[in-house]
Design a protein. Structure first.
Length: 111
């Protein structure tokens, strides 16, 4: 039986962006993750790995399904493309087709 904690270094810009999207301070995020502010700052500065459960908690707070853990390996530009893709998908789902087509053109430029 595995008893260790999986720790990973992730794209720190993505960590900062997720926190920013939640409109939450470093202090509040540290509290939600049961960390001191200094421990959390070290994570955002790339000095300390985050364990997978902490990252999962962040993902859930932001509203991403935990099946999207692969997001932690994206570069910042790739993440921006992913967000545009999700927004385009949402617009298609609610029948805002004209706006979706414009966004698809934007996505094609990224690739």
């Amino acid at each position: 039986m595995f008893k260790g904690v999986i720790r990973v270094y992730v794209n720190v810009e993505l960590i900062k962006r997720l926190r920013s999207e939640m409109n939450i301070s470093q202090e509040n995020m540290a509290e939600k993750l049961h960390k001191s502010i200094r421990q959390y700052q070290r994570i955002e500065n790339g000095e300390k790995p985050i364990n997978i459960w902490e990252f999962t908690t962040m993902m859930e707070l932001v509203g991403y399904p935990t099946s999207d853990l692969w997001l932690l390996y994206l570069e910042t530009e790739e993440y921006e493309g992913y967000k545009l893709y999700k927004k385009t998908q949402k617009f298609f789902d609610i029948d805002r087709n004209e706006e979706s087509i414009i966004m698809l053109a934007e996505l094609e430029k990224i690739q």
